[in-house]
Design a protein around this ligand. Structure first.
Ligand code: SF4
Length: 373
């Protein structure tokens, strides 16, 4: 399977709550055809005839919104034909409130070795304000149970710049995170998306969000605290202890190919980016699950290589870029790189270009500069 992707993403679009900021492809789980969905998804996976994967990532939605029996069927079905010795990282996203002992046992039994918890904040008032149904105590209990079951590779997602959140609140979240001594964390600034409850509130003037300056201040404080505590800031939003960087996510940022399964999932196979039908009934009813397929031009591939690669702290190796695309990197981008270095958004060392702290904060400005005419 030389040219086949070594990674797969599986989408579970069900949630037991609908968070006020979320625009992911998901629906409230009640009365949804979950069993039919799992069966269809396993059928889609089987058709791809995959025998080896290095990383497998089950995201959502909330995979742990499934019952223990449904989760077991899904995970066992996905792994039954895989060469497990090749599977280095098998991640399942989980909601702290959903993870019962039974579900944790299902994860363990089915070779999951990394759990990603959607924590968002340890502040119970803020959790309520953003529509989450778990509490900080649920998070602590879940982490204790996961560790007792033998999971040491636990990552959590936190969000900052939440409504009315202060710098002191963010620092408090980081303090608690450090006390938990987890090997990995991803921190995202709240982004207001269309068609969310928060966007509606904002339009009605009822959302008190920190301004851009406060957002930068929070991001700076997060990086300082986590780096001081021994976490490598290896991607714009991701921090890991040595050896715990996410292999699956690094695969995306290295612009590698991967399968995507499930409603609304995206994949990248044989130079084609595709997206599956999003609405669950469309996904269930169509034979060909893909709704869009786009063969990328070389220009698009080069742009993606830079946008994705520059997200990593280590940036992009210009020599490898030249070899991969058969085009001299400096001939195409030399001027852009010089301009960004003058603006202190980019640095260059030997064959690598990478973003400065300022560049990481203003990532979109950097990415835009690399768009080709
Ligand atoms: S943030 Fe996660 S749990 Fe909340 S609605 Fe979105 S997908 Fe569901």
């Amino acid at each position: 399977m030389k040219n086949q992707p070594k990674s797969a993403y599986v989408h579970i679009p069900f949630c037991t709550q609908i968070c006020y900021y979320c625009d992911f492809a998901k629906v409230f789980i009640k009365n949804q055809p979950v069993d039919a969905y799992v069966a269809t998804l396993l059928g889609e996976f089987e058709l791809a005839e995959i025998s080896e994967l290095e990383t497998l990532y089950i995201g959502g939605g909330t995979p742990t919104a499934l019952s223990a029996a449904q989760l077991d069927r899904l995970l066992a079905g996905l792994t039954q034909n895989l060469a497990l010795e090749k599977l280095q990282e098998f991640t399942v996203e989980a909601n702290p409130g959903d993870l019962t002992d039974e579900k944790i046992a299902v994860l363990k039994k089915n070779h999951v070795n990394r759990v990603s918890l959607g924590v968002q904040t340890f502040n119970d008032k803020l959790l309520k304000k953003i529509g989450r149904s778990h509490t900080s105590q649920d998070v602590f209990d879940t982490i204790t149970k996961l560790r007792a079951a033998g999971f040491d590779n636990i990552t959590i997602d936190l969000i900052y710049a939440l409504p009315s959140q202060t710098l002191a609140d963010v620092k408090r979240d980081i303090e608690i995170l450090l006390q938990l001594d987890l090997p990995h964390v991803a921190l995202y600034s709240l982004i207001l998306e269309n068609h969310t409850i928060f966007m509606n509130k904002m339009r009605r003037g009822k959302l008190d969000l920190p301004d851009e300056e406060a957002d930068f201040e929070m991001y700076n404080a997060i990086i300082d605290c986590l780096e001081k505590a021994g976490y490598a800031h290896y991607e714009i939003s991701n921090f890991g202890k040595e050896g715990y960087e996410s292999k699956h996510n690094l695969m995306y940022w290295q612009n590698a190919e991967y399968y995507g399964f499930g409603a609304g999932a995206s994949g990248y196979v044989n130079g084609v980016r595709y997206k599956n039908h999003g609405p669950i009934h469309h996904y269930l009813e169509t034979i060909d699950k893909k709704v869009t397929q786009e063969k990328l031009s070389q220009k698009e591939q080069m742009e993606e290589e830079l946008f994705l690669g520059l997200r990593k702290k280590s940036g992009v190796n210009t020599q490898a870029f030249t070899e991969k695309f058969g085009q001299d990197f400096d001939k195409i981008y030399g001027q852009t790189v010089s301009t960004l270095i003058d603006k202190k958004l980019l640095e260059r060392s030997h064959d690598s270009i990478f973003m400065t702290r300022q560049g990481l904060m203003l990532g979109n400005d950097v990415f835009e500069a690399f768009l080709l005419d």
